[in-house]
Design a protein around this ligand. Structure first.
Ligand code: FPP
Length: 257
């Protein structure tokens, strides 16, 4: 029976670890990581890309079924164009390097967000990676790209309203299942809701990331900057999740009723 030892010296029997089926991560702190080293922000994003490789492999080894990473938000377009261009180049580099490893690890790439609006080269790299890894039956590595939760909900509402207008569904029949199929996580089916939502770098907010799907997610915040985030850090989050009591609005157990 293996024991995990983390840098905070928490030891937990791996047999007792509760592995979240879906982990979503807000990868924050690339800029501050670079600034601390007197490097350009792009260097932080490049280091952050290497963390994506590390953490994708670790999550897959842990048995996570879906890992959703917030790679680019609808609000990130407001950054200086140099930085936006660099961020648009990263997926191209990442998939160039990493698709063989993803295939070897049986990982399938998926996308949440409006990729139609991405530059052609970025969109093509993403679509190619989705196609090349389509045979993967292990973890889904779901990149949130050009994603914003409020726009997602507004668009889902429009899709449903149009269906009502065309007489395809009745208002009375709209329910959470109808809604789930109109969201940009529909491809994740029953796994669309993250069990565990992690944000790095000490910021304590969700920044428009999966606001509908995260209604019952367990939240975990760490001060570690994304480029420094390690397999041990992921394990700490999973250990914290293991100790959580998820009630989904109900009671703890029968004795409390
Ligand atoms: C937030 O840090 C990070 C981003 C907006 C970009 C995240 C992108 C990556 C980690 C690389 C993605 C890789 C692939 C493969 C798509 P920040 O720049 O806001 O940091 P700061 O708050 O310290 O300035």
């Amino acid at each position: 029976m293996a024991l995990f030892k983390t840098k905070e010296s928490i030891v937990i029997d791996d047999a007792q670890l509760k592995i979240p089926q879906h982990i979503a991560i807000i990868m924050d702190g690339n800029g501050r990581w670079a600034k601390k080293r007197m490097m350009p922000r792009a260097a932080g994003h490049k280091a952050g890309m290497n963390t994506v490789k590390r953490i994708s492999s670790s999550a897959s080894e842990l048995g996570v079924k879906v890992l959703t990473l917030y790679a680019f938000s609808t609000e990130n377009w407001s950054r200086p164009s140099d930085e936006v261009n660099f961020l648009m180049q990263l997926p191209i580099n990442f998939f160039n390097d990493f698709v063989p490893d993803l295939i070897k690890n049986n990982i399938r790439v998926a996308i949440t967000g409006n990729i139609e609006a991405l530059p052609n080269a970025t969109r093509n790299a993403v679509l190619q990676a989705v196609e090349q890894t389509a045979g993967g039956t292990g973890m889904i590595l779901n990149f949130a790209m050009n994603y914003g939760g409020q726009v997602e909900i507004v668009n889902a509402t429009k899709v449903i309203a149009e269906a009502v207008e065309k007489g395809q569904i009745n208002i009375a029949d709209i329910n959470s299942t109808t809604f789930a199929t109109a969201l940009q996580t529909a491809h994740l089916g029953d796994l669309a809701a993250p069990d565990l939502m992690i944000r790095t770098s000490g910021e304590l907010r969700l920044s428009n990331f999966l606001p509908y799907q995260a209604a019952y997610s367990e939240l975990y915040f760490t001060d570690v900057l994304w480029p420094d985030y390690s397999a041990d850090d992921l394990l700490l989050a999973v250990q914290s999740y293991t100790k959580r009591d998820r009630r989904f609005g109900g009671l703890k157990d029968e004795s409390e009723k």
